[in-house]
Design a protein around this ligand. Structure first.
Ligand code: GLC
Ligand code: MG
Length: 384
């Protein structure tokens, strides 16, 4: 967010589990397609926000397991914590806002009276979030009773039920929707209100996101029963909110098409994408190159001298790869290395993606492009 000096073209606020991340897709294909789209066309002028029910600790674990891009802003623990940037600087003012009419001890005391509730693990709890497991059958009755008890004790809380098992108790001012409204107000105050905002979710704790004024919304096709019910009761007539026919990240891309929010064809969906380039931008070039690199090493493109010649002609004769270690290599040498690697990852679950692509024109027509390049081979992820 710090780097942004004009309003974002698109602000995407997405839940993670079963929205951005499809845990039923071990190859993460839709996520990798989204990543390529984002880095090629949106990274430089848009904002990516993750809004998850996970605590900070569990969020970090997911980042290690899945090829998730680095977001600009991270909202954890069901909208109770907001952090900015790669170094995840916490928003202290937001925490203070949530102290109003909130007392964690009182919540613990009152909820102890309900045998139907099982406290979630210590690492799922937060200063402004008390979380339990609760069977579906009892849910509405128990939620109503807890709400009354806490009201009698003078607390103003929000009770949210997600994926038919998780119950969160939060301050009334918290939640994914409230956190987004806070963020939008903050951006607006700085003259940076995004041109478009798209919210994406799959379960009960995401419902609030769809109530934020003026946002576009997508329920991914695999949305949970409680969210689908919420949609049927509250939002079906609203043309700004769709229930996608595609799962997870593919559903997010479907919404980008549906609402005409910007470029919507992932470079991964174009064969020979390296050589079918229309609007050249340095970020776009890097995405295309590493996509070709992945396909080359997987042996999925033709091993042809013509491709290599085209690659050589695309790269400037004085172009260089600069490694963070300080070592550098002329691009033509890197191409020689690439030639020798053809098909070495054939049959392996090998994927390459780039993250945090940024570029600056250093002199007329010369660009310095910074990015993190990641590779995964089966279970192992390495950053290069
Ligand atoms: C995540 C959190 C859990 C919470 C649930 C629903 O799974 O880990 O604590 O109850 O989301 O918000
Ligand atoms: Mg989810």
């Amino acid at each position: 967010m710090d780097g942004l000096n004009c309003p974002a073209n698109l602000l995407i606020v997405s839940d993670l589990d079963f929205t951005m991340v499809d845990h039923d897709d071990p190859e993460n294909l839709a996520l990798l397609r989204f990543n390529a789209l984002w880095e090629a066309y949106y990274r430089h002028n848009s904002l990516l926000v993750y809004s998850t029910g996970r605590s900070f600790t569990f969020y970090k674990e997911l980042r290690k397991q899945k090829p998730l891009l680095t977001p600009d802003i991270t909202i954890t623990s069901v909208g109770t914590e907001i952090t900015y940037g790669e170094s995840m600087v916490p928003d202290e003012r937001w925490k203070q806002c949530l102290d109003h009419n909130w007392n964690r001890e009182t919540v613990m005391e009152e909820t102890a009276k309900f045998p139907e509730l099982t406290l979630q693990s210590e690492r799922d709890q937060g200063p402004h979030k008390v979380s339990f497991h609760l069977e579906k059958g009892n849910a509405s009755k128990v939620m109503e009773a807890i709400s009354k008890c806490l009201e009698k004790r003078g607390l103003d809380v929000k009770i949210i039920y997600s994926f038919g098992i998780a119950l969160d108790i939060l301050p009334q001012a918290a939640g994914k929707g409230q956190a987004l409204e806070y963020l939008l107000e903050k951006l607006t105050a700085g003259g940076l209100r995004p041109l478009n905002t798209l919210v994406c979710g799959d379960s009960g704790n995401d419902a609030e996101l769809f109530t934020v004024p003026e946002v576009y919304g997508v329920l991914v096709s695999n949305a949970q029963e409680e969210l689908v019910k919420w949609y049927a009761e509250n939002a079906r007539g609203n043309a700004q909110i769709i229930h996608a026919t595609e799962r997870c990240a593919a559903g997010i891309m479907q919404a980008i098409v549906n609402f005409s929010l910007g470029p919507n064809v992932s470079p991964r969906d174009i064969s020979d994408s390296m050589f079918k380039r229309k609007n050249l931008s340095p970020g776009h070039e890097v995405v295309m190159f590493y996509l070709f690199y992945e396909r080359w090493r997987r042996g999925e493109v033709q091993n042809s001298e013509q491709y290599i010649q085209m690659l050589r002609s695309i790269f400037h004769p004085t172009g260089k790869f600069l490694h963070p270690s300080g070592a550098d290599q002329p691009m033509h040498q890197s191409i020689d290395t690439l030639v020798s690697l053809f098909g070495d990852k054939r049959g392996v679950d090998f994927h390459v993606w780039v993250d945090r692509v940024s570029s600056a024109e250093t002199s007329l027509g010369s660009w310095l492009v910074n990015f993190d390049k990641w590779e995964s081979s089966g279970e192992i992820c390495i950053v290069i």
